[in-house]
Design a protein around this ligand. Sequence first.
Ligand code: P1T
Length: 377
Amino acid sequence: MGFSTDAIHAGQQPDLTTGAVITPVYLTSTYAQEELGVHKGYEYGRTHNLTRSSLEKNIAVLEKGRAGIAFSSGIAAIHSLMGLVKSGDHVIVTDSVYGGTYRLFEMIMTQYGIEFSWVDTRDIKNLEKAIKSNTKLVYTETPTNPMLTITDLSEVASVCKKNNLISVVDNTFMSPYFQNPLNFGIDIVVHSSTKYLNGHSDIIGGIVVTNNEQIDRKLRYTQNSLGAVPSPFDCWLTLRSTKTLAVRMERHEFNAKKIASFLEQHRAVKSVIYPGLSSHPQHELAKKQMRGFGGIVSFKVENFELVKSFMKKVKVFTLAESLGGVESLVCHPVTMTHESVPKEKRESFGLTDNLIRLSVGLEDIEDLIEDINSALK
Ligand code: P1T
């Protein structure tokens, strides 16, 4: 089936009781059992919920995986992956990942004896050099937030297979519409479904997808044991949203491309980062492994004073954290999403305080460009 056919139908069938075409929100914490040990496969809401399992199946199909495991946030989904390693193990991470991922790993998980190395995975040799005898997992984000650096999925999968390491890719920025890391041999895909998957800025959620039966079993056990499950209503909203993922992503990209090109020739702009521009140093790799370039555009202006004035002047773009919703947002990563990352570290990968990140929404492109143009004046 094609992407949109799957997005609209996978994991869903008309409700068995009423024939309702849309999967209902199963608002229940528990299920009646006929007698001890005899039930319909549903025992308790944390463990089983039909709205949730419909969403999990739906996204698993879109990500070309065998199973999806949903969580109450993207960070909870990432946290669940730590159930695959133990004290004394070593994890290699792309250096310029989302700041909250850095905070979880470096400030929290190190307290449990897990060791992290932060590596520029644009060059596979750096990853190979970082592997130690206790390395268990490689965590990459591609493109990264907000520097939009790209890691070669086939290379990571092959190095991980050779060294018996679990490979993980945060695919939040591309969504399954533009990139399917499992197709390149990656073991696990993780998403903040708060972003493009839900796309309407009205829930917080996360999901993990895998093709590996053993990993699926472990993560499902972790999901139930840690208990960070999404509400049935949030699952329903996300399931409603994946139906339009393809059309939304097309429009995000259409608008983002126009804005990236506009910014590239603007006098007040020092540099533009967008994988779809031929000026992006990894444009060819992006074309090889992505089916599109997404809706996030980062750019640098002369200094922080100009950043502040831009943020104050925009009217259609809203100054806010998050991304991937229908409305356009503008964010200052240094003081917002990446506040937990030490200055020296973030500057090592180019995240300076003159960088602005745009999450380009679905508004009319003329209005977005006019908004940016007048705010840059
Ligand atoms: O916010 P939450 O649903 O917990 O997802 C965390 C997360 C994971 N991975 C990536 C690539 C992300 O961008 C995020 C969250 N990011 C933002 C809130 C932001 O504004 O960048």
